[in-house]
Design a protein around this ligand. Structure first.
Ligand code: SF4
Length: 267
């Protein structure tokens, strides 16, 4: 890729746009792997604005993997309360134990850590290590599909972090699925094939469909976990299926006919 070809110029425009418009988020002020991993796990399925206070409280309580590994799982789950998908907290706790005991796995085996899939591994490599690896969430995939249908043209040396963050922000705020702002400040408008052809909405990779939340097992599990946090126990008979699912996932314990939180330092 030559620095003067149109695709390279587009990547340069994207980086400059991020320099002007990029958001200052707490996990963007660090290159610490643990902090990046915590933020990425929290950001899975949860909006940025909701994650910020949880992330800050979490990192001030458990600033390192060793700190989290030493904490009782009950405390970890209680701190997670309200973020949703508590299995993520359990996996983070398990990953912390591995890191505290064995250190980080080799870069190409980050997915060996509990709860770390290909996307999260790429995010750690990009946002902590600064590698030119693109973590491709649905926002990033949408920008690439629309603007670079032949594939990502390449990241300039040393700019992996900026490019990854820029694509995230652009996909979320400018090249969105429903209301793309092609002619309202998009730095990639010049030469954008989807916009030029007037087919932007048609070029929209599908997000993973979530089933209905109302009445779902996920909602009932959340209700039961909230009851446990507030009252300390709940009858299994209140929702046997949700209770069994929480016990199977190690997110609660059965005591006789009651469900109780997993052991916490507070008890
Ligand atoms: S011009 Fe439109 S479709 Fe192309 S990258 Fe920008 S917002 Fe997305």
């Amino acid at each position: 890729m030559s620095r003067t070809d149109p695709e390279s110029r587009a990547v340069g425009a994207l980086i400059r746009w991020y320099g002007r418009e990029g958001h200052d988020l707490p996990w963007r002020r660090t290159r610490d792997r643990w902090a990046v991993l915590v933020s990425e796990v929290m950001l899975q399925s949860t909006q940025v604005s909701r994650v910020v206070p949880y992330y800050e409280a979490w990192m001030s309580r458990w600033p390192t993997a060793a700190d989290l590994a030493a904490a009782p799982l009950g405390d970890v789950l209680a701190q997670w309360q309200g973020l949703g998908y508590p299995r993520r907290a359990r996996n983070l706790h398990a990953a912390a134990a591995v890191i505290a005991r064995d250190g980080w796995p080799p870069t190409d085996r980050l997915t060996d850590l509990p709860g770390v899939g290909a996307y999260t591994a790429a995010a750690v490599r990009c946002f902590a290590d600064g590698e030119a690896v693109l973590p491709e969430d649905v926002n990033v995939r949408r920008v690439i599909a629309r603007r670079f249908p032949g594939g990502w043209p390449g990241t300039p040396r040393g700019r992996g972090w900026d490019v990854g963050q820029a694509l995230m922000d652009l996909g979320r705020e400018v090249c969105s699925a429903r209301a793309p702002r092609c002619d309202d400040g998009c730095p990639l408008r010049k030469g954008c094939p989807a916009a030029d052809a007037g087919v932007v909405h048609e070029v929209t990779p599908r997000a993973r469909r979530q089933g209905r939340y109302e009445g779902s097992l996920r909602q009932r599990r959340g209700t039961l976990l909230r009851a446990l946090a507030e009252q300390g126990r709940a009858p299994v008979s209140a929702d046997p299926e949700a209770a069994e699912s929480l016990v199977d996932d190690g997110l609660a314990e059965r005591r006789g006919r009651s469900l109780v939180p997993v052991a916490s330092a507070a008890r």
